[in-house]
Design a protein around this ligand. Structure first.
Ligand SMILES: [Zn+2]
Length: 300
């Protein structure tokens, strides 16, 4: 399995998010990064003198006694991998492998076990700046690839001290082509399902439109990797197109049935040309509104 796909699966299993090129270990495949129960977590692969490893980094509030974390972990009886490094606000656990990488679900289990093991002797990060302990800092910033709760004031100070770039989550490059492809795919599939379901139950199922809007929005955001202005314009457009496409399928199938006609492109295009007149008579406008509600709930 490619490292990128692997880390994506690890991210899915652990409830983290996969960021290519990010993380502390300088690999293209990046890391799965996020926060669980106040423990900032990074999972990635690293290579050192001993070979390839899956590395797990857990960060917590600074402790005066990292030795206690160390002994606790050593006596926790965790069988997969071994303790790498303990610092006063982090531990790194390493799972060496040769050819086959450890199964993503086993990595997820290991992360759970590690967190459970250190919980009694550490305190999770509480959404306040780790440096000044006062400013509310709800989301972590990547400092040298390590998720850190640090307010903008302290970041500036550190910027002056260290000539190193802080990589904010907000700086994740959106992937527009990907968002477009996934969005169009969701719109086509959603429209097809919409048309076929409507034909199957012989009426238009309005709440389905909300689902389509939601589906399209999720697909675009998943593709671009963040909510962007581009997505907020693309999502309603694709959603409307999807529902109209579904309606066209529904009406075409209905005409085929009632008039006993075979399917033809001519029939489909006739329906599309007259779609607006048909929509005005039925509940078309209403379904478009419902679809936009679904899209809006996910994208704004
Ligand atoms: Zn601060």
């Amino acid at each position: 399995m490619k490292e990128n796909d692997y880390l994506q699966q690890v991210a899915a299993q652990t409830g983290l998010q996969h960021y290519p090129n990010q993380g502390p270990w300088g690999r293209k495949s990046g890391s799965a990064i996020g926060e669980r129960d106040g423990y900032a977590t990074v999972i990635g692969t690293m290579r050192d003198g001993q070979g390839m490893k899956v590395a797990i980094l857990l960060r917590f509030k600074k402790t005066e006694q990292p030795e206690i974390v160390k002994t606790t972990l050593k006596s926790a009886g965790i069988k997969k991998g071994k303790l790498g490094v303990v610092g006063n606000d982090f531990v790194r656990w390493e799972w060496k492998y040769s050819l086959a990488k450890p199964k993503p679900e086993e990595v997820a289990k290991l992360v759970e076990d590690l967190r459970a093991a250190i919980k009694p002797v550490t305190t999770g990060l509480d959404g306040r700046c780790e440096h000044c302990q006062s400013t509310s800092t709800p989301s972590p910033t990547l400092m040298n690839g390590v998720p850190t709760y640090i307010c903008s004031g302290c970041q500036q100070k550190i910027h002056q001290d260290l000539d190193q770039a802080a990589m904010n989550y907000e700086a994740i490059e959106p992937n527009y082509p990907n968002g477009l492809v996934l969005g169009v795919l969701a719109a086509v599939l959603g429209g097809l399902a919409w048309g076929l379901v409507a034909y199957g139950i012989n009426r238009i199922f309005l709440y389905g439109a909300i689902l389509i809007g939601y589906l399209v929005a999720q697909a675009v955001i998943k593709g671009t990797r963040k909510v962007t202005r581009f997505g907020q314009i693309l999502i309603p457009v694709l959603t409307v197109a999807s529902v109209l496409f579904g309606d066209a399928i529904f009406y075409t199938l209905s005409v085929m049935k009632s008039e006993n006609l075979p399917f033809s492109m001519k029939l489909l295009s006739t329906v599309i040309v007259h779609l607006w007149e048909i929509e005005r008579e039925g509940s078309g406008i209403l379904s478009l509104l419902f679809a936009l509600v679904g899209a809006g709930s996910a994208a704004f």
